[in-house]
Design a protein. Structure first.
Length: 201
């Protein structure tokens, strides 16, 4: 693969700019997977710097899935109206709505910090009880339970889920990449997911 092709592939996988892709490949001696990790870390660092900035603009996106059987509304905020109208921002909003519609099981929370402590404790106790059935040492049992708890967060928290268009990327990493690219703080604020017939007696 030529250097140009490698840069092109890296751009497609990460959404980063050409100069950032060149720098990442130089930093990783041309190793594509290391370059992706480098760009993700850079994106997370940029996102962390912008995390305190207010987000009063944004967009509400919608997505109808599965022949009209599932519908999603999601609110994503940013700092300026200019970014809110940007096609890339709008595509991100739609991707998030599609993620919520298409995930099985669907997310119940945006971030793990929103999960009530009693829910986490209940799950942890279930996993510990299951792990004890294996008769392994207590230290191993605790690790097994924590591993299952991480999987639980991945299922019910939107930001922890693998992106359905690129399962190697979690939604929180995708958000960090977009923040780095548009240069503004962004938040997935709230969502509502409707499923036909859901909640009927």
């Amino acid at each position: 693969m030529s250097a140009v092709d490698t840069i092109k592939e890296l751009r497609e996988k990460t959404g980063a700019g050409i100069m950032d892709c060149k720098a990442a490949l130089a930093q990783s001696q041309g190793d594509l997977s290391k370059a992706i990790d480098y760009l993700r870390q850079k994106g997370l660092a940029t996102a962390a710097k912008k995390a305190g900035r207010e987000t009063r603009e944004g967009s509400i996106g919608s997505y109808i899935h599965f022949g009209g059987k599932i519908g999603v509304l999601v609110e994503v905020s940013c700092e300026t109206d200019f970014v809110a109208r940007n096609p890339e921002f709008q595509e991100f909003v739609r991707d998030i709505a599609m993620q919520i519609a298409g995930s099985t099981p669907p997310p119940q929370y945006i971030r793990r910090e929103e999960v009530p402590a009693e829910v986490i404790e209940k799950e942890r106790n279930i996993y510990i009880a299951q792990a004890r059935e294996t008769k392994k040492p207590e230290g191993v049992i605790a690790k097994i339970a924590e591993g299952k708890l991480e999987k639980f967060f991945e299922e019910i928290c939107l930001l922890e889920q693998p992106f359905i268009k690129d399962p190697q990327t979690k939604i929180k990493d995708l958000l960090a990449q977009k923040i780095a690219k548009v240069g503004e703080n962004m938040h997935i604020r709230r969502f509502t997911r409707y499923q036909l017939g859901e909640g009927e007696a």
